[in-house]
Design a protein. Structure first.
Length: 242
């Protein structure tokens, strides 16, 4: 079980179909996330952060060729140093998914974002994984977890779910022509069974409890000043207001 093998599968007709939906969803999600530093964990040969406008965007993976070479559960970044972390299918192909999310929570700044994509076990693709005779092949050998479970993990770490989406309703056929013939299911699925797509996308924001914005007490100062100001009388006398 390795996300490195997933890289090759994404070049197949099935993989390109899935990647097209995920790239579109990630583009729309990260385009309006601002900051200075963004990291994509895994799949270093695919620039899923292309729509983001942060000045420093880089990939991190254990494979050679990544800009930062490291394990996904031992991120070599300082605490509260990243504004955005993208996890494309990392949780289902990692040996330590809980540690991955804890590391993401550590390296994100307050109000930082994490974007996660994954395979949905409650889908035709999930059914294919359960019934298939080649469950040891990519991508069926991953540990599929529902979007609801990932939501629970994020909530426990203090994340607020900002957005979610589900797509890829075409059955897991191999040939490109059959994928095209079943394309009508993408329109029908998005309308009639929106949570049964083969893949999901989650956007979470790190919340830090107990933080509040302290502003100057301009209103109080004005009222205090007005309360102590004297009133000028025509005869030259002054009296304080009560």
């Amino acid at each position: 079980m390795s996300i490195l093998d997933l890289q090759g599968w994404l070049q197949t007709p099935q993989g390109r179909y899935l990647l097209a939906w995920e790239q579109d969803g990630v583009d729309r999600t990260v385009a309006d996330i601002f900051g200075y530093n963004a990291a994509q964990i895994g799949l270093p040969e695919i620039d899923l952060l292309r729509a983001n406008r942060m000045p420093h965007r880089f990939g991190c993976a254990p494979a050679a060729g990544a800009q930062v070479q490291a394990n996904e559960f031992e991120l070599p970044f300082a605490t509260a140093s990243l504004d955005l972390v993208l996890l494309p299918h990392v949780l289902e192909f990692s040996r330590h998914p809980h540690e991955v999310l804890r590391e993401v929570e550590r390296v994100l700044v307050a109000e930082g974002s994490v974007v996660i994509t994954g395979f949905n076990p409650i889908s035709l693709w999930g059914l294919r994984r359960v019934l298939g005779c080649r469950a040891t092949a990519v991508p069926w050998n991953g540990q599929y977890r529902s979007a609801m479970r990932i939501r629970d993990w994020l909530n426990l770490l203090g994340f607020e779910i900002r957005g979610s989406d589900c797509g890829c309703f075409v059955p897991p056929v191999h040939r490109a022509q059959w994928l095209e013939r079943w394309r009508f299911m993408d329109r029908a699925g998005a309308r009639w069974w929106p949570v049964l797509g083969a893949a999901y996308l989650l956007h979470g924001v790190k919340r830090v409890h107990g933080m509040r914005l302290i502003t100057p007490r301009w209103r109080g100062r004005k009222a205090h000043s007005k309360r102590l100001s004297p009133l000028a009388q025509r005869n030259g006398d002054t009296r304080k207001t009560h």
